[in-house]
Write a protein that binds this ligand. Sequence first.
Ligand code: C5P
Length: 227
Amino acid sequence: MKLCIALDNPNKEDNLKLAKEIKEYSKDIWLKIGFRSFIRDSKEFIFELRNIGYNIFLDLKLYDIPNTMADAAEEIAKLDVNMFNVHASSGKRAMIEVMKRLSKFEKRPLVLAVTALTSFSNEEFKKIYGEDIEKKAIEFAKDAYEAGLDGVVCSVWESLKIKENTSKDFLTLTPGIRPFGESAGDQKRVANIQEAKKNLVDFIVVGRPIYKAKKPKEIVEKILKEI
Ligand code: C5P
């Protein structure tokens, strides 16, 4: 299991400070660049972090028509990030198109599909997607698997079922991790590290419990130890 830290600080300086502070663990840690950082600091920020030695997950959750998604995927691959994601609800045809477009790259990033956002309660999810989270997340995961993606973004609580219904090698990346009982914030389906391990999660994503901590490095070390 790998630790992926969400760099969602309100400014670039704090994100860089954190990345430099835990540089000695860069080989074991992935950094997640999401909307906030990417919109504000653009691709140069990716290059800066990569130069420190980190693996980069670009969390832009693509959702559009198939051709536009494939165009975006191609541009992302040119940035040489290690992983990015799309929404599974954009459909199997769009995901196939993305993978087809990436096939021309000798070394392409891993591609994950978001199943159900970890901030959704079952009720909220059902209102939008018409099914319970577990059932739909498995359906989405199967679509992504059949489209040739590398894995999915889901909560810890769907990870095992998704692997059982696809392959044990199909990656699961789970946000909503609260390692030491921290506040859930807007997340609804949270879990700790032991629970993630039991559910065979490949990547845990931790944001606020690290970047909002008084001593982020200590939290990172505690997490790495538990992993
Ligand atoms: O601060 P926290 O640990 O809740 O951060 C979780 C991170 O994972 C955020 O950057 C959020 O955008 C992202 N994420 C998520 N749920 C998903 C996909 C991504 O929370 N399904």
